[in-house]
Design a protein around this ligand. Structure first.
Ligand SMILES: Cc1cc2nc3c(=O)[nH]c(=O)nc-3n(C[C@H](O)[C@H](O)[C@H](O)COP(=O)(O)O)c2cc1C
Length: 161
């Protein structure tokens, strides 16, 4: 591990997203910061996902997700979907139907319906490259920045492993 690797976490600028996944009737969602657009045509997004997450299993098996953009008032939502062992994870906030089986977070600023194109390894994580097949703006507001989430994800601890 390089010295000061934890500087990566809050100095490479990211937004904050809730990524919802589905495999048949089974659904889950997790908070993610490592998300970016990677292609214009077709429109594609990529995100980095820890393969130990329950969401990873559903994404790999179901091949569908939504990427939901959180706004400035959504710190509590980020914490809810970004903490392990949360009870009633999928019933606390309202969902809408999108173009896939993966649900859409009704409170999000904007959402993207995605089909998984491929997964590729990146160290501790997997990169999910997805084609965007739908999108809509649900609420107005400014996006939440990952730097504003402070120690919510405990990432400085993760760099020590
Ligand atoms: C602000 C924030 C950003 C996060 N970004 C990511 C990320 O980009 N990729 C990832 O795999 N986990 C990320 N996490 C951690 C997951 O959201 C967290 O481990 C979650 O509990 C996994 O849920 P699951 O096991 O139910 O799928 C982040 C957490 C927070 C609070």
């Amino acid at each position: 591990m390089i010295e000061n690797a934890s500087l990566l976490s809050k100095h490479i600028t990211h937004g904050v997203y809730v990524i919802a996944v589905a495999n048949g009737a089974e659904q889950n969602a997790f908070t993610a910061a490592w998300v970016m657009q990677v292609s214009f045509a077709p429109p594609m997004l990529a995100f980095s996902i820890n393969p130990k997450h329950y969401s990873y299993k559903l994404l790999k098996e179901g091949g569908e997700c939504t990427v939901n953009v959180l706004g400035q008032d959504h710190l509590a939502i980020a914490a809810h979907f970004g903490s392990p062992g949360v009870k009633e994870k999928m019933t606390t906030y309202p969902w809408r139907k999108g173009k896939t089986l993966a649900p859409v977070l009704a409170d999000s600023l904007v959402y993207f319906d995605c089909k998984l194109d491929h997964l590729t390894e990146a160290g501790s994580h997997m990169i999910a490259v997805c084609e965007v097949i739908g999108a809509d703006e649900l609420n107005s507001g400014w996006p939440l920045l990952y730097a504003q989430t402070g120690t919510m994800d405990n990432s400085s601890e993760l760099y020590k492993r």
